[in-house]
Design a protein around this ligand. Structure first.
Ligand SMILES: [Zn+2]
Length: 122
């Protein structure tokens, strides 16, 4: 049996089919299209910087847990517009300043308590 060599057009089509077969969702292993941003089967983001931590909820949670560290996922996000990122940055800055102020106030309270305890002990 003799098989004729593939024409360049057939070869391109074959490569395209192989590429599409290799594009699969990492979570559910279902095939996905090359231009898809999210899996059509399970909803997992297929591109970087588009997951939960790069959206409003994730950035809010990150701000509450880690304060200004949330600026990193905020500015890496591909989901949010530049206006939204600027608004979030102002909010995160104000919240961080408030946290710093409260930390300083608690330091003052603790140091006053310690000096009062020490002076009464002597
Ligand atoms: Zn999936």
């Amino acid at each position: 049996m003799n098989i004729a060599p593939m024409t360049p057009q057939e070869e391109r089509l074959m490569q395209q089919v192989l590429k599409q077969q290799s594009l699969r969702c990492k979570r559910c292993k279902q095939p996905v299209e090359e231009l898809d941003c999210y899996c059509r089967h399970c909803g997992k983001p297929l591109r970087p910087f588009m997951g939960f931590w790069y959206d409003h909820g994730g950035i809010l949670l990150c701000t509450l847990i880690a304060g200004p560290v949330s600026l990193l996922p905020l500015w890496l996000s591909r989901k949010l517009s530049i206006t939204v990122k600027c608004a979030w940055s102002v909010g995160i800055g104000l919240f961080s300043a408030y946290l710093l102020y409260m930390l300083y106030q608690s330091y003052l309270l603790v140091s006053q308590t310690f000096s009062a305890v020490l002076s009464s002990a002597i």
